[in-house]
Design a protein around this ligand. Structure first.
Ligand code: HEM
Length: 541
């Protein structure tokens, strides 16, 4: 008997089983509707049966933009068999608020490494323990300690921009290609990586000095290799964001997908990423063991403020270093690029913020002139500058992705509707921020909406840093970095994009990855304008 004849019945049985499992079973579950989710409109006709439509949407790189359009009609949308997306700002409190009984959902478990870190730990007690250990390191009172590290990196950024300066652009002229000397996206990313490595680990990565992000990674067997930091970080995140959606199948799909070169390449970067935090933590541990007392996060991980050891496992320390290098750099770099992009595109806002910065500073400050770095103290209270940052974070939140939370076993009321236990619920910051009921003319860059009492009243609906107990622990560091860099570069330079119509590329992973932002840069001429805002005040010409 031939091989084909023997295997035919098996193949038929396998086909039948697959059909029953992948088609008949999900349809039966859909019609049984144990969680009562059929009452909500589907994102796609098949969303109630399968996560595949969401996966396909993810490959387009603009999930939240698509959802925002759907949410203009529907406050709640079913995005998968067991997941709901919310578009009504009143759901923020129910899903993310301090008293929410919801927890992070299973997606955080399947992407976690051998140990959880602060951002992917689910258990509330475990999270509280970690947050307590780290909150002393991230506390606002430490801002002073970080300022000189941020200033040092700003000096380096300015040094590079000084070297790239071109002649001033005449009004009405367009930048010539040869004058687009800086990729602002890349250099702000070098800035945030150098800054967080110094703040967190007292490590001098030197990306701003060298102009590239080549680093050493360490394998578990102790051997090392070289790789590019940003490629490893972003390609790892990208692969997860494309394939994770059928959670239960993700570990399998993640492996099998590697036979396709498109995913295989990302997998190689993902593997290389794993060794970067190991090497950084390893290097810092050696200094700790050598008795160096350094003022950084690593110290807070190892000991409490009375010098008692925290006794964390090595895997947990590496996990914390990993999230710090990831969350602590990627988002802030996106924010820095976005805000300059918005200001170049909105010259009236640019003039207003530049005037505010100039009015807050001395006419001539030798140190500032030499280094180009503006002290945080001098600009941290400028309302319009902060409004420009917040409006940019609103319009294009660096993490637009709807951060999924799982409803508790007893279920929970969201927007007044009972949702049973075990359902994934989420609200994308992008969706929240484009809600016309909260933010009129939501698609426009209008920093003034953040000023005064009206601005304060928007805070509960501002989701850029998420909200509640799982909200961002690093926002103060981020505002410090963003404020110092923006004030420093706007005080010293003018910028132009390739053309007025030019648009930056955005690719949604969990964060919103940006393409290059080539800019022309030149020194801003400031001259004395007697009688305007006081004798000797400097204005932009
Ligand atoms: C513009 C800059 C930033 C944005 C937009 C941002 C956004 C966010 C968001 C949306 C979350 C919630 C994540 C989730 O629920 O899964 C988060 C959490 C977190 N962020 Fe940030 N972040 C920024 C800067 C930073 C910085 C500079 C650091 C570190 C220095 C940092 C460290 C963290 C950590 C450790 C968490 C987890 C907190 C917890 O679960 O207790 N972030 N961030």
């Amino acid at each position: 008997m031939s091989f084909e004849l023997v295997s035919l019945p098996y193949a038929a049985a396998l086909g039948l089983c697959s059909f029953l499992y992948f088609v008949v079973f999900p349809i039966a579950v859909y019609f049984r509707d144990a969680n009562g989710l059929r009452r909500y409109p589907n994102m796609h006709p098949l969303s109630g049966i399968s996560a595949i439509p969401f996966m396909i949407l993810a490959h387009g790189g603009a999930r939240s933009t698509y959802l925002a359009k759907l949410h203009q009609k529907h406050p709640v949308i079913r995005t998968g068999p067991n997941s709901l997306s919310y578009g009504d700002h009143r759901a923020i409190k129910d899903i993310y608020g301090h008293n929410t009984p919801c927890t992070k959902d299973g997606s955080y478990i399947i992407t976690a490494g051998s140990h959880f870190h602060l951002a992917d730990v689910i258990d509330k007690h475990d999270h509280a323990r970690k947050r307590k250990t780290l909150s002393s390191a991230y506390a606002i009172k430490n801002l002073e300690g970080w300022e000189h590290k941020v200033a040092d990196k700003t000096d380096k950024l300015v040094k590079h921009l000084d070297a790239c300066c071109t002649s001033p652009l005449k009004p009405g002229e367009m930048a010539e290609t040869k004058d687009l000397t800086v990729d602002y996206r890349k250099w702000t990313n070098f800035f945030t990586l150098d800054a967080i490595a110094d703040i967190g680990l007292s490590e001098k990565l030197g990306f701003l000095d060298r102009g590239h992000d080549r680093v050493t990674g360490r394998r578990l067997d102790g051997t090392t290799y070289e790789c590019d930091f940003r490629d490893c970080l972003y390609q790892n995140a990208r692969k997860q964001s494309l394939l994770i959606w059928p959670y239960a199948w993700y570990p399998f799909i993640n492996k099998v997908s590697n036979i396709i070169p498109f995913y295989g390449r990302m997998a190689k970067f993902a593997q290389d990423w794993e060794g970067i935090p190991i090497e950084l933590a390893h290097r810092r541990l050696q200094r700790y063991r050598a008795g160096e007392k350094l003022d950084d996060f690593f110290q807070a991980l190892m000991e409490d403020k009375n010098g008692h050891p925290n006794n964390l496992e090595w895997g947990e320390i590496v996990a914390e270093v990993s999230i710090m290098m990831n969350a602590g750099s990627a988002t802030t770099a996106i924010a820095m690029t976005n805000v300059l992009y918005q200001l170049i595109k909105n010259p009236t806002m640019m003039k207003q913020v530049v005037d505010e910065i100039d009015a807050a500073l001395e006419d001539e400050d030798e140190e500032e002139e030499e280094t180009g770095t503006i002290a945080y103290d001098k600009v941290k209270h400028l309302p319009f500058l902060r409004a420009c940052l917040d409006e940019s974070l609103r319009l294009f939140p660096p993490t637009p992705h709807g951060l999924p939370r799982e409803t508790p076993a007893d279920g929970v009321n969201i927007l007044g509707d009972y949702i049973p236990g075990g359902v994934s619920v989420a609200m994308s910051a992008f969706v929240a921020h484009r809600n016309e009921a909260v933010y009129p003319q939501a698609d426009k860059y209008m920093p003034e909406r953040w000023l005064g009492e009206e601005g304060k009243s928007l805070q509960p609906y501002f989701l850029a840093f998420s909200a509640g107990a799982r909200g961002c622990i690093g926002r103060n560091i981020s505002y410090l970095e963003q404020t110092v860099v923006l004030a420093s570069v706007l005080r010293r330079y003018e910028f132009a994009l390739p053309s007025p119509e030019w648009q930056i590329e955005r690719l949604e992973t969990m964060n919103w990855l940006l393409g290059e932002m080539p800019v022309k840069v030149w020194r801003r001429e400031r001259k004395t304008a007697p009688g305007v805002g006081g004798e000797g005040r400097l204005t932009v010409t």
